[in-house]
Write a protein that binds this ligand. Structure first.
Ligand code: GLA
Length: 393
């Protein structure tokens, strides 16, 4: 489905479900991390893009006593009082993302009250494309359209609010800003380079006629991916930074390769490996943004391959399934580079390629993956797409 089709489907589903027309729609894309794996919460750098897969939530102020949420996905309908919200723990957990946004908006003084909403999405769940950020940011866009708020003028402030919602009491995941930023600030035809400390960012052209983006989803979810591995890496990075820099609030962003080599000797070997990945990954992101600005896709691809190798060896957040996709893709003519994208231990590989080789690439990935794992990967093509918007109807 195109972005317009998802918006239209949400509008029509709202009307069919509630019997009245919605008055606004929030729409937000998923994202693909091109480079900068786990660098965001270390206050480092990322190179990212919004994708062609979006979540739309149609909504209207509610005449009825509560907030009502429904979705075309396989999740139950949810009702709650927005002035007395509790964390959902059952099948209705999907609503925690929406409650998190309501909570954060209320904290900034936006009087979000009762509404009805209907969610439709083309972002496949568990694909490594951050369906969660798409839902968070689409909701923020809907609610700041229903309750107009100056925040809506700043996509970056909306992204930060959505990250607080994901870190906060309803969702509670210690993620960085990568996903929400990409979804809120995406620009068609451009990758985005973000400094996760100063929040300064710039667009870097990534025209779709020069480079195609293929997302190869393993459809694998290892136990570690369910949050355990991510939180553990987050903790290890903070600990390594504290030990290397001798300050409680230290971040690996401030560790240079020279410092790591000299002071890393005393560090526990596992912490040293984690720090090694982040320190050199930050350097790769800066180089890749410059290479992309020069149009040097071969160099970007080389840095992507190095990034993947570093995830595999030092950060240990890849898995056999993603490794195979990266290995097969990297060996093909016309492929610039490939790597793990997202948190890890399953999910997807991102492959940057010459657009003319797409059919060969898809066939080779499907054949090798099916031979080894007995099922096909899901292959999704995308361009660097536009970010979120709120539409008053
Ligand atoms: C997940 C998180 C992001 C980021 C990536 C890894 O997508 O939500 O904040 O840490 O993993 O780069």
């Amino acid at each position: 489905m195109t972005r317009e089709q998802v918006i239209e489907a949400a509008r029509a589903a709202f009307l069919a479900h509630y019997g009245v027309a919605p008055t606004a729609v929030g729409v937000a894309p998923g994202r693909v991390e091109l480079l900068g794996n786990h660098t965001d919460y270390n206050e480092g750098f990322v190179l990212t893009a919004a994708v062609d897969y979006v979540t739309a939530i149609a909504g209207a102020h509610s005449e009825r006593p509560l907030t009502y949420l429904a979705t075309s996905a396989d999740f139950p309908e949810v009702t709650f009082d927005p002035s007395a919200m509790e964390k959902s723990t059952g099948e209705d957990r999907w609503a925690n993302y929406i409650k998190g946004i309501i909570d954060e908006l209320q904290k900034t003084g936006t009087p979000v009250g009762k509404f009805a909403g209907f969610v439709v999405s083309s972002v496949p769940d568990g694909s490594g494309l951050s369906s969660s950020a798409a839902l968070l940011v689409a909701t923020a866009r809907l609610l700041t359209t229903l309750w107009p708020d100056p925040l809506a003028d700043s996509p970056m402030e909306l992204a930060k609010l959505a990250r607080r919602a994901e870190n906060g009491r309803f969702v509670g995941a210690p993620v960085g800003l990568l996903d929400q930023f990409s979804s809120a600030c995406g620009l068609a035809g451009n990758a985005l380079f973000l400094d996760c400390r100063s929040f300064a960012w710039r667009a870097v052209p990534l025209p779709s006629d020069k480079a195609g983006i293929l997302i190869a989803n393993t459809n694998v979810k290892h136990e570690l991916a369910a949050g355990g591995g991510y939180s553990e890496r987050h903790g290890q990075c903070l600990q390594a930074a504290r030990q290397l820099l001798g300050r409680g609030d230290a971040k690996l962003r401030d560790v240079t390769p020279a410092l790591l080599e000299s002071k890393g000797i005393g560090l526990n070997p596992v912490l040293k490996q984690r720090a090694h990945h982040i320190v050199y990954e930050n350097a790769r992101v800066e180089k890749a943004a410059e290479a992309l600005e020069r149009g040097d896709l071969a160099e970007v691809g080389k840095l992507m391959k190095q990034s993947h190798e570093s995830c595999r060896r030092y950060f240990e957040n890849s898995c056999d399934e993603v490794d195979l996709l990266v290995e097969v893709a990297s060996a093909l003519p016309g492929v610039y580079g490939a790597k793990l994208t997202g948190g890890g231990w399953g999910g997807s590989a991102v492959i940057l390629h010459d657009p003319t080789v797409i059919e060969n690439l898809k066939a080779a990935l499907t054949e090798s993956y099916t031979t080894k794992f007995g099922k096909a990967p899901t292959l999704l093509t995308t361009t660097a797409a536009q970010g979120a918007e709120g539409i008053a109807l």
